[in-house]
Design a protein around this ligand. Structure first.
Ligand code: COA
Length: 505
C-alpha cells in the first residue's frame, strides 16, 4: 500500500499533509459550504463525507453540499438520514434524499449542470469552504488527477478556500491521461472554446490548484458504487428501433451524414437501452459527446461502432464496472473526461450539432416536457444536463415509455404538470408506439401526430376528447384550463389517470 501511494503522490512536499478522514472531517464546521466531487455515482468523495456523518452523531452539523451530480456509495442517503444537509445542488437521485427534499426538510436547487460553475464564478452561491475531491494521483507539479468523473471538481478546487484530496487507491491509476481540464475564465473576457472536434484535447490532464490550499490528503481504498440501471426490455428495444428508423430517414434525405452527428444520451435505464439498440444498427464510426457514459457506450466502443466518446463521468453497472475499469487502457485513445461545464457547454453543443436523447417523466399534446416533477410537485432527480443539451442541440429527442405504473399513468397528458423543456425546444418524441417528428409543426398540427404516434392506445380517445373540447375554445395553443390537470388530480384521487369508464380495463 505504501509503495502504491508513493507512486501516486508524486509531489513530495505534500506528503506531510496526509491525514485520516476523521481529522479532515474535524475541520468542517456547522454552516460551512462543501464542494464534493462526484457525478452520477462516479468519482465521488467517499471517506470524508462518511466521517462527517459520524461526526454529526456527536454534534450539531448542517452544511451546504454542492456536487457535480448524484453521489454514489450511499453518501447522499447517509447525509440525508443524518439530516446534515441544509441546501443541496445541482442534482441528486437518491430515494431518501428525495423524500427529505419533498418533505421540506432540505433545500434543493435544481440547476442546469453547466450553470453551477458560472454561478460559483459570479459569487451567486455561498463561497466554498472545502472542496473535497477524489483523485487517482497528484503529479510531481501538484496537479490533482481526478478519477472516474470530473464533474465540477475543477471549479470547486479552484474557488474553494481549502482543498481536501481523497487519493483513492481502489481507482485505477490508468485513468491518468484520460482527463482534459479546461478553465473558461470570467465571462466577458473569454475566448471561444477551442474545441471543434469531439476528440479535441484543449486542456491539462489534471486540476492545477494553489498548492497552499491543499489542506489535507486522505488515502482511501473504496471502489465506486455501480449504477442502478436495469437491462433493456422489449419496450425499450422497440423504442430504439423507432429512433433508429427516424435517424435512418434523416440520413436518406441528406440531413445527417452516414455516421450521424455526435450523440448525447441522458441518464437512466431508458436512455441506456435506446443507445444499446444502436449495436444492431448499420450505423458505425459514431461519436459521443455526452455528460455521462453508461454501459451501452462501452458496448458500442467494444463493438467498434463508436470511434470516440467524450463525457464528464463514467457510470457502469456492477459487471461492466469490473470489466471496463480492469481494462481501461483499451479505451485510452477513444475516451476523454471533461469538466461538466465543457461537456454540457451550449457553445460546443451548438457548434458540433449534437443529437440529444433524453428521458422525460411526461410530455403533453403540444410537446412540452416534464423531466423532474412527479405530479407537478414532487422532485424526482432534477433537470440534470437535459436542458443544456435540449436547448442547444441540432436534434432534441425525448424517449419514454407511453405509460408508467402498470398503465395507470399516461406519459402523454393534456398539459405537463411542470415544464422543464418547452414545446419550442423539443424536436422529436419517441415511445414504444412510434415517433412524432414535431419540427416545423404548429401546436395544432402537433396534437394528432403526438397522440397517434406516441400515446398508448388506452389513452388516445381520452386525449382526443380533451383536445376537441379545448379546440372549441380556440387560441394558438387550445386548453380547457379548468381541466388541464384533471388527469393528475384523478390519479391522486383514484390511483389511475384513466377516465372512469376505463378504470378497470
Ligand atoms: N409520473 C410518475 N412517475 C413516473 C412517470 C410519470 N409520468 N414516468 C415514469 N415514472 C416513474 C417510473 O414508474 C419509475 O418508477 P420506479 O422507480 O418506482 O419504478 C421511475 O419514474 C423511473 O422511470 P424509468 O421508466 O425507470 O426511467 P429512467 O430510469 O430512464 O429515468 C427519469 C427516467 C426521467 C427519472 C430520468 O431520466 C431523469 O431523472 N431525467 C432527468 C434528468 C435528465 O434528463 N438528465 C439527462 C442529462 S444527463
Amino acid at each position: 500500500m505504501k509503495q502504491t501511494y508513493n507512486q501516486r503522490l508524486r509531489d513530495k512536499q505534500l506528503e506531510d499533509r496526509i491525514v485520516s478522514e476523521e481529522t479532515a472531517a474535524s475541520w468542517i464546521e456547522d454552516g460551512m459550504t462543501l464542494g464534493l466531487s462526484g457525478f452520477t455515482r462516479a468519482g465521488d468523495a467517499k471517506a470524508v463525507p462518511s466521517a462527517l456523518v459520524e461526526k454529526a452523531k456527536e454534534e450539531h452539523l448542517k452544511v451546504n453540499v454542492y456536487t457535480g451530480a448524484s453521489l454514489g456509495s450511499d453518501i447522499d442517503r447517509l447525509m440525508a438520514e443524518a439530516g446534515i444537509v441544509h441546501k443541496r445542488l445541482p442534482f441528486q437521485a437518491d430515494k431518501t434524499m428525495r423524500s427529505e427534499i419533498n418533505q421540506g426538510d432540505m433545500l434543493f436547487v435544481d440547476q442546469h449542470l453547466s450553470h453551477t460553475a458560472e454561478a460559483i464564478r459570479q459569487d451567486i452561491l455561498n463561497p466554498i469552504d472545502y472542496a473535497i475531491v477524489e483523485a487517482v494521483s497528484i503529479t510531481k507539479d501538484g496537479m490533482i488527477v481526478p478519477s472516474t468523473s470530473v464533474g465540477n471538481s475543477s471549479i470547486f478546487a479552484e474557488k474553494a478556500k481549502n482543498v481536501i484530496v481523497e487519493l483513492n487507491l481502489a481507482q485505477s491509476d490508468a485513468f491518468e491521461g484520460l482527463h482534459d481540464i479546461y478553465e473558461l475564465g470570467a465571462q466577458g473576457k473569454r475566448q471561444p472554446i477551442p474545441l471543434t472536434e469531439v476528440d479535441d484535447r484543449i486542456g491539462t490532464i489534471g486540476i492545477q490548484v494553489d498548492i497552499e490550499k491543499i489542506k489535507g490528503i486522505v488515502i482511501t481504498n473504496q471502489p465506486d458504487s455501480p449504477s442502478t440501471i436495469v437491462p433493456p426490455d422489449e419496450d425499450t428495444a422497440t423504442m430504439a428501433n423507432h429512433l433508429i428508423g427516424f435517424l435512418r430517414k434523416e440520413v436518406e434525405v441528406g440531413r445527417l451524414p452516414e455516421n450521424l452527428a455526435p450523440l448525447q444520451s441522458g441518464i437512466g435505464s431508458v436512455a441506456n437501452a435506446v443507445f444499446h439498440g444502436l449495436l444492431d444498427s448499420e450505423f458505425t464510426e459514431l461519436e459521443v459527446y455526452s455528460e455521462v457514459l453508461q454501459d451501452a457506450v462501452f458496448d458500442l466502443l467494444d463493438a467498434g461502432k463508436i470511434k470516440f466518446a467524450s463525457g464528464c463521468s463514467i457510470t457502469l453497472s456492477e459487471d461492466k464496472l469490473e470489466e471496463v475499469y480492469g481494462n481501461i487502457d483499451r479505451y485510452r485513445d477513444r475516451l476523454l473526461l471533461r469538466p461538466q461545464e465543457i461537456s454540457n457547454h451550449p457553445e460546443i453543443i451548438r457548434r458540433l450539432g449534437l443529437i440529444s436523447i433524453n428521458t422525460p417523466l411526461e410530455v403533453d399534446i403540444y410537446g412540452n416536457v416534464n423531466s423532474t416533477h412527479v405530479l407537478g410537485t414532487k422532485m424526482m432527480n432534477g433537470i440534470g444536463g437535459s436542458g443544456d443539451f435540449t436547448r442547444n442541440s441540432r436534434l432534441a429527442i425525448f424517449v419514454t415509455k407511453s405509460i408508467a405504473k402498470n398503465g395507470d399513468i399516461s406519459s402523454v397528458v393534456p398539459f405537463v404538470s411542470h415544464v422543464d423543456h418547452t414545446e419550442h425546444d423539443v424536436d422529436v418524441l419517441v415511445t414504444e408506439q412510434g415517433y412524432a417528428d414535431l419540427r416545423g409543426l404548429a401546436p395544432k398540427e402537433r396534437v394528432p401526430v403526438i397522440i397517434e404516434n406516441c400515446a398508448h392506445p388506452t389513452y388516445r380517445e381520452q386525449l382526443y376528447a380533451y383536445y376537441e373540447e379545448a379546440w372549441e375554445k380556440g387560441g394558438q395553443t387550445p386548453h380547457v384550463l379548468e381541466k388541464a390537470f384533471a388527469w393528475h388530480t384523478r390519479f391522486k384521487e383514484t390511483g389511475s389517470m384513466k377516465a372512469a369508464a376505463l378504470q378497470h380495463s
